[in-house]
Ligand binder design. Sequence first.
Ligand code: ATR
Length: 285
Amino acid sequence: MADKHNAFVCGYPIKHSRSPLIHSYWLRKYGIEGSYRAIEVAPEEFLKFISHMSEHGYIGGNITIPHKEMAFSACKKLDPAANAIGAVNTVWLENGELIGGNTDAYGFLANLDALVPNWDKKRDGSVKKALVLGAGGAARAIIYALQQRGYQHIHIVNRTVERAQELADHFGDGISVHSWKNADNLVSEVSLIVNTTSLGMAGHGDQEDGFPLSFAQASPETIATDIVYVPLETPFLRKAAAAGLKTADGLGMLLHQAVPGFEKWFGVRPEVCAQTRQIILDDLA
Ligand code: ATR
């Protein structure tokens, strides 16, 4: 009889993670005898936990806030995305060695591929430009993803400009850095606008004017996407939709980033379908 495979999501705190809902649904759907559990591990315990995960019966798992950078340091080998982003969100074992990957960039791209086919194609061959709002950990994954898809120019807008400059230095040519003062002027140049800030996230306070960016200069072809999915329609997306832009919410990124991990641990590539999305929507409701 094959061993039962057990995987985890590890963070601190962890009770809000929706990953167990996704993976448990796929385990049932594909008839796999396995488990996926949320485990709360304090930062000072994390290295011990991760280096002994097989002794605890685990074949791998997801790593979330605040452990992604510590996991990056703990892994023996990294996939190219984790290496470039500087953070690990998925771990597995190969010949007893701990390997780290990052599936956030994959999840971001796969969500847009599913919701807006050909979103990354330019018919006239002109330079592909994007505007990324925010310069935290999530922005790193988005910038890596956009460079993978051939975006030649990326504008980063951030409250703390030095933080954006660090990202620009890390990811090389074709990135420029701006304060929010200049943000409205960049909108007309880009075909994609990504919000990676916590502005508009539930529990982070409401902005009185909705969102501090004007879409007045945007082309109706421009796509606006948020990585936040609580609420599903963020003030950023609501304002972009009202201005006539195409929008893509952040829930798909959460679902798609789960795919490569599930495949690594359980050997089946799961499908992100309407039912997968509905499970999270029901939970949010
Ligand atoms: P994550 O790792 O999830 O991206 P983070 O590192 O806390 O989270 O980054 C949150 C982002 O939201 C940052 O870009 C932050 O701007 P700063 O780098 O200047 O802190 C941005 N952010 C959070 N609250 C904000 C606010 N009230 N106004 C503007 N930007 C804000």
